[in-house]
Design a protein around this ligand. Structure first.
Ligand SMILES: NC(=O)c1ccc[n+]([C@@H]2O[C@H](COP(=O)([O-])OP(=O)(O)OC[C@H]3O[C@@H](n4cnc5c(N)ncnc54)[C@H](O)[C@@H]3O)[C@@H](O)[C@H]2O)c1
Length: 261
C-alpha cells in the first residue's frame, strides 16, 4: 500500500518512536495522522509541530488512554468522522515497566489486541470499510529473553503471536486488512534511558544496570519509522520485521511445523 493520501492513526504518538512514525507518515504523503496519547502527554504540542511543518489540519491530537476501552473506540470513531476514513493503524503505545507489570500487560498486550480488533471493525471490508494495514509494535525483546524485564518480553512475544495469527489469510479474505509486526531493537527514547528504574531487579542493582544501559548502542526513532513505512508498502500479511542498529527493516523467519492430516 502506498502511504500517499492515506489516513493514519498512531497510538503513543506524542513522543518517542510513535512521534517519529507520525512524522514519517506525513513525510511520505499521508493525508492526515491522528495522534493518540495520554491527556497528560505532549500530544497537543506534537500535533502543532507537525501542522507547522506539513500544513494546518494534517495532524490532530486525540487524548486517549489505550487501556480504557471506551476512550479507545471513541478515538477511532473521531478519527473516521474528522478525517473521513481510516487506512493505517500503528499500535505503538507501550511501556517497559516490570515494576507495574499488570499495567504493562494492559498497555502492551491487551490494548494492542483491542487496537487490532478496532482496526478490523473500522477498516474491514466485511464491516463496510475499504481494508487497510495494521502495524503492531513488538520488540526484539519479544524474540529473545530479556532477563531484567521478563513481563515486558512476554507481552512483546504475545504481540508477535497474536499479530501473526490475525495476519492469517482467513482474516484477510474477509477484511482486506493486513496485520504486520514491527520489532524495533534498542532505540534512543526515554523508555531505554530511564529503563533501569523499572527493571525486575533489586533497587541496589538498578544503578549498575542504568550505567550499563547508557553504554548500549542506540538507533534513532527515525530509522525505525523509515522501516515502518517500508513494511506498510511491501510487507506481506502476517509478516514480522525488525529494525536494528539503524539498518533497513528486515523480515524475520519463524520455524513452521508440519500439520498432521
Ligand atoms: N525504545 C526502544 O528501544 C524500543 C525497542 C523495542 C520496542 N519498543 C516499543 O516501541 C513503542 C514505543 O516506545 P518508545 O521507546 O517510543 O517509548 P516512549 O516511552 O518514548 O513513548 C511511549 C509513548 O506511549 C505513550 N503511552 C504510554 N501509556 C499510554 C497509554 N496508556 N495510552 C496511550 N498512550 C500511552 C506515552 O505517553 C509515550 O508518548 C513501545 O511499544 C515500546 O515497547 C521500543
Amino acid at each position: 500500500m502506498d502511504v500517499e493520501g492515506k489516513i493514519a492513526l498512531v497510538t503513543g504518538a506524542a513522543s518517542g518512536i510513535g512521534f517519529a512514525y507520525a512524522k514519517e507518515l506525513l513525510q511520505n504523503g499521508a493525508k492526515h495522522v491522528a495522534i493518540l496519547d495520554l491527556a497528560s502527554s505532549s500530544g497537543s504540542e506534537s500535533a502543532n509541530k507537525l501542522n507547522g511543518e506539513f500544513g494546518n489540519g494534517k495532524a490532530a491530537f486525540i487524548p486517549c488512554d489505550v487501556t480504557k476501552a471506551q476512550e479507545f473506540e471513541a478515538a477511532f470513531a473521531k478519527t473516521v468522522k474528522e478525517f473521513g476514513g481510516l487506512d493505517i493503524v500503528v499500535n505503538n503505545a507501550g511501556i517497559m515497566d516490570d515494576e507495574r507489570w499488570e499495567l504493562e500487560i494492559n498497555i502492551n498486550l491487551t490494548a494492542v489486541v483491542r487496537g487490532t480488533l478496532l482496526s478490523f471493525q473500522y477498516m474491514g471490508k466485511d464491516k463496510g470499510g475499504k481494508g487497510g494495514v495494521v502495524v503492531n509494535v513488538a520488540s526484539t525483546a519479544g524474540i529473545t529473553p530479556a532477563v531484567y524485564f521478563p513481563v515486558y518480553s512476554g507481552t512483546k512475544n504475545a504481540v508477535i503471536g497474536a499479530s501473526r495469527s490475525f495476519g492469517h489469510p482467513y482474516h484477510f479474505e474477509k477484511s482486506a486488512v493486513r496485520v504486520l509486526t514491527m520489532c524495533p531493537h534498542i532505540t534512543h527514547t526515554q523508555l531505554i534511558t530511564k529503563g533501569a528504574e523499572r527493571a525486575h531487579i533489586e533497587n541496589e542493582a538498578k544503578e549498575k544496570l542504568s550505567g550499563y544501559m547508557k553504554t548500549l548502542p542506540m538507533q534513532t526513532p527515525e530509522s525505525v519509522a523509515k522501516g515502518v513505512i517500508k513494511i506498510i508498502k511491501v510487507g506481506e500479511n502476517g509478516s514480522v520485521w525488525m529494525v536494528a542498529d539503524g539498518e533497513p527493516a528486515c523480515e524475520l523467519d519463524f520455524p513452521s511445523f508440519p500439520v498432521k492430516k
